[in-house]
Design a binder for this molecule. Structure first.
Ligand code: GLN
Length: 529
């Protein structure tokens, strides 16, 4: 394609949380399928410096990039839809930009000038966009929240200025609005969307396309109304009601008139090949003969967003294995063997703090004793090790995260790391290598012995208790290259009992599910008959 880099800005109106991230990622997937090299970035107006300290119940999962940025779950959507690995640069938060700006002011870098939101913060935002866009043909920027939010104004102003700077024709503005259905009058109401478009225009941006989200399919009259009020041509106003699966969105976009707009904008006229996505959607919507139930032993029950990447990895593995999947939430605070009995496999995902830990230890113990396929992710490894050492007869075994004084502190903070327990940004984050033991289940699943996975944790397995861990039925099947950190454990006596200190779910893709997740689904399927 042409040399000039292009930018797509995705903003939202009316409500947030109606699929702006999925829209942005799907636009990227369509452009990739047309042959473009796509990069993507989320700008969040929060004053947090990163997403590491945000409550997962309110905010959903904290997604971790390979270089260790703790980000919003939208970056997970991006990675899954685009099959690329993102970095810090793709997560831009107001808090971080202001933090840096104020540090520069303190360092005297402004030469006595007053430091202001416009132009200084808006310029920082633009620099962040240019830097994240580096190397791609088309860079997509999603602006978090909705236009008009007080705290998001600097971002809206920044992208307006940006379009002036790089040329309006090199920018495409897509506004995602929501149209509610009013049950009493049985009609869709476009007024909030019109107001949202007015707001955007008030900031000097007339969008090139409007994606109209609704729960159920809205009539064409909504397109006409929105087009009339916003000045956006009817063919660039796209009705997008809830899809049966998010992975259908790229297919729907490619079939819509927006595809033509994207072709004209990018100069890539070829029809996008989305057959891989079609296969996924077919698999996802078909009725498989067999189905397995995975128990997810969790603290935040019934909240898919909190465990988004784990759930997506499980689903993708089930599509790969052509089995149905039902996820059964097991409340870690109340879990008993009765809950574990009802499932074909057990997954203990990552977690922090004391609440629910005993239920997670019990889950690992049940899986260990009853040969139930088990996958432990980060905390899921730590509780498995505790379960094994308790099985070996040391009932006080625990993690120092829960019990700072226990004698058998099989999970602890290593020397040199102590004292950093309560502040943000002090975890072991991002990619770390591990060496797997030849012939182990871990090595078999990965197909090689040198691997890299993303991490987000503070505590480590205390190798002083290796004899007790082994006596309890586990072995260490992967270590950091220097041998200091336990990265993988498994139960050689079980069919599939494996746990890692890492978060493999972050590297799983719908079209390329992670082997550890495929492994647990396969092992459970084999046990069905
Ligand atoms: N709380 C544990 C630790 O800090 C596990 C973290 C996690 O599961 N991500 O080590």
């Amino acid at each position: 394609m042409g040399k000039k880099q292009k930018y797509i800005f995705v903003t939202g109106g009316v409500l947030s949380g109606v699929g702006k991230g999925v829209t942005a990622a799907s636009i990227g997937a369509v452009l990739q399928a047309k042959g473009a090299k796509v990069s993507i970035q989320k700008c969040d107006p929060y004053l947090n410096v990163d997403a590491g300290l945000l409550n997962p119940r309110e905010h959903g999962e904290c997604f971790v990039t390979r270089d260790g940025a703790e980000t919003d779950l939208d970056l997970g959507h991006y990675e899954r839809f685009l099959d690329i690995e993102l970095t810090q640069k793709s997560a831009t938060l107001s808090g971080k930009l202001l933090f840096d700006l104020i540090a520069d002011e303190r360092a005297g870098k402004f030469g006595g000038k007053t430091v202001q939101l416009v132009p200084h913060l808006t310029q920082s935002i633009q620099r962040a966009i240019l830097s994240a866009a580096d190397g791609s043909d088309i860079h997509i920027v999603e602006i978090g929240g909705t236009v008009g939010d007080y705290e998001g104004l600097s971002f809206i102003e920044a992208i307006r200025e940006f379009s002036q700077r790089v040329g309006r024709s090199n920018c495409l503005f897509v506004h995602v609005v929501y149209v509610p259905f009013i049950n009493t009058s049985k009609e869709f109401k476009s007024k909030p969307a019109q107001n949202a478009l007015n707001d955007l225009r008030g900031f000097g941006i007339v969008p090139d396309a409007v994606v109209v989200r609704s729960d159920d399919p809205a009539p064409n009259s909504i397109v006409k109304k929105i087009s009339l009020f916003s000045g956006v041509p009817e063919e660039n106003v796209l009705l997008m009601s809830n899809a049966d699966t998010v992975y259908r969105v790229p297919i729907l976009l490619a079939k819509s008139s927006i595809s033509k707009l994207l072709s004209n904008f990018s100069g890539l006229k070829n029809r996008p090949n989305l057959s891989a996505w079609k296969n996924i959607v077919d698999q996802q919507t078909s009725k498989p003969k067999q189905s397995i139930t995975v128990g997810l032993v969790a603290k935040y029950i019934d909240n898919e967003d909190t465990y988004m990447s784990v759930i997506e990895a499980l689903k993708s593995a089930a599509w790969h294995e052509k089995v149905g999947l039902s996820i059964r939430w097991i409340n870690a605070e109340k879990a008993t063997n009765n809950d574990f009995k009802k499932v074909d496999a057990i997954v203990v995902p990552g977690g922090f703090g004391e609440r629910g830990i005993e239920g997670k230890i019990a889950a690992a113990r049940y899986a260990l004793d009853n040969n139930v396929p088990y996958l432990g992710l980060c905390l899921g490894l730590q509780v498995a090790v505790i379960a094994a050492v308790r099985k070996a007869g040391h009932m006080d075994a625990n993690t120092n995260e829960v019990n700072p004084k226990c004698k058998h502190n099989v999970v602890y903070i290593m020397e040199g790391q102590a004292g950093k327990e309560s502040t943000g940004g002090t975890l072991r984050l991002g990619d770390y290598p591990a060496k797997l033991v030849k012939g182990s289940l871990a090595a078999k699943m990965y197909g090689h012995t040198k691997i890299i996975e993303r991490h987000r944790h503070r505590y480590e397995v205390n190798q002083k208790f290796l004899p007790e861990i082994i006596k309890g039925g586990l072995l260490v099947s992967g270590l950091s290259p220097d041998g200091k950190l336990v990265e993988f454990i498994e139960a050689p006596g079980n069919d599939y009992f494996i746990a890692t200190q890492a978060h493999p779910e972050f590297r799983s893709r719908p079209l390329r599910p992670h082997s550890l997740f495929v492994g647990i689904i396969k092992a459970s399927r084999m046990k069905l008959k």
